[in-house]
Design a protein around this ligand. Sequence first.
Ligand code: 8IG
Length: 278
Amino acid sequence: MTEAFALAAAAADALSARTGVERHDIAVVLGSGWGRTADVITGDDASAVTVPLTDLPGFPPPSAIGHGGVVRSASVNNRRVLLFLGRVHLYEGHPASVVAHGVRTAAAAGCRIAVLTNGAGSLRTDWSIGQPVLISDHVNLTGHSPLTGPNPPASFGSRFVDLTDLYSRRLRQLAREVDPSLPEGVYVGYPGPHFETPAEIRMAGTIGGDLVGMSTVLEAIAARHVGMEVLGLSLATNLAAGISAVPIDAEHVLAVGDGAAARVGALARDVLERILAS
Ligand code: 8IG
């Protein structure tokens, strides 16, 4: 556990050496369906620097489709944004500590806010496909925690971290000031990489879920543990198994994201600017 935090500090040092930026303010993780929003979010900032994640200690090569495996440091309203294009998933065979490495690196780089985005299956037939949704809470069905293992270093909080307000009410409110029509939903984190059975989706609904996905929950826990404020944003890219009239197809899911990129990217940028001004 201590090694995980030391590795994140080393990655943050390498990042600052590569970007020439000593401290970053806000981290954004772009999940599946969100990759094309990066350019909308950072605009044509001449000071932007993109670094392959494998150049930084602790990041494995990406294997998930639609996940780029680079981190971009860019200026938004004179503040410094750290944009992860791609993330690590449990289903790639990595332990939870590796899944959490990005947010821990961002925290060590100075970020006090983590914006975690993902593509998700939706249980809500009243939402359209391509609808962005604020995550209000989650159910972690991965069976893992990024805090498993020896105690974290004393400079961090206890591993018995309170998750009552995991997804910040304040940040959700700021997002709704940008777009009052943004719905909220509970995200159920499954391990994947297979999609669910219809029975598993009925269970997700019974336990209060609105969205299902294979990411975000472990990063959110790790971010909260190091004292970051967390905003979760899902893009409902498909109706979940047993609700969807068509088979669930990972390529189609990415295409939905590409189709929504301009609109969703503008939303993400506006939300970031609103948060940075707060
Ligand atoms: I995009 O239907 C996307 N990611 N578990 N289920 C799970 N993850 C997803 C889904 C889905 N769609």
